[in-house]
Design a protein around this ligand. Structure first.
Ligand SMILES: [Zn+2]
Length: 225
């Protein structure tokens, strides 16, 4: 995988479909919500895949994990609606327990082949410590699934027709090669983030902070062809 770049950004007309693969509800809004909004605004079909439903993302230990997961899935669907995204797939692995294995890889191959993205948005796996292990793992497995597994017909032959994703945009890493100004869609990005009400003790505070801090999204582009 060379470090060549193909697409110029979310406005690139060659992008018709995009897929976001993340670990938890609200990962997308935090790292690439504005980029998603810019794409859906011009008719790009964007799909979401979440490896977990964030079932440990609650401070209140009286709620069951199943209940937390259901609530957070509903919040993610509401956020997707704000972003113009119709399909959210929940793989329902336990939160904070993702492992790099062939089962997860096959599930992601199936999602990539079903949605046929031109560009894959996921976590940058090349990071140091103090990084959520689910983020690191989902990034690694998503990139392995996209290249070469989803492309090769003899790999997981029962997981759908082969598909070549052209490029990956990896977020949360240390060496971005693409910066996207999302100022024009910032208010919608904030609304999408606020749909995760269970994760937002102070909506007004978040709104204030994000108006300053959430204007740029950064990606490391990886050529997958
Ligand atoms: Zn996360």
């Amino acid at each position: 995988m060379a470090a060549r770049k193909l697409f110029s950004g979310p406005d690139d007309r060659r992008i018709k479909r995009a897929l976001c693969i993340v670990a938890h509800p609200d990962d997308i809004e935090f790292y690439c919500g504005g980029t998603v909004l810019k794409m859906t605004a011009r008719g790009v079909i964007v799909d979401f895949v979440l490896a977990t439903s964030g079932d440990k993302g609650a401070r209140d230990v009286s709620k069951s994990r199943a209940k937390v997961a259901r609530l957070r899935e509903r919040e993610q669907e509401a956020a997707a609606y704000v972003m113009g995204v119709k399909r959210v797939a929940f793989l329902r692995h336990p939160d904070a327990e993702l492992v790099e294995d062939l089962e997860l890889r096959e599930e992601l191959v199936r999602e990539i082949r079903a949605t046929k993205p031109d560009v894959l948005l996921t976590f940058d796996p090349n990071v140091g410590y103090r990084y959520h292990p689910d983020h690191r793992i989902v990034g690694r497995v998503a990139l392995d699934a996209a290249w070469p597994c989803a492309r090769d017909p003899l790999t997981y032959p029962k997981a759908g027709e082969p598909h070549e994703t052209k490029e990956a945009w990896c977020f949360a890493g240390q060496q971005p090669t693409l910066e996207v100004d999302v100022g024009d869609v910032l208010e919608d990005k904030i609304e999408a983030r606020l749909a995760h009400a269970s994760q937002t003790p102070s909506p007004a505070g978040l709104r204030r902070r994000w108006r300053y801090s959430a204007r740029a999204e950064r990606f490391h582009q990886v050529d997958l062809r």
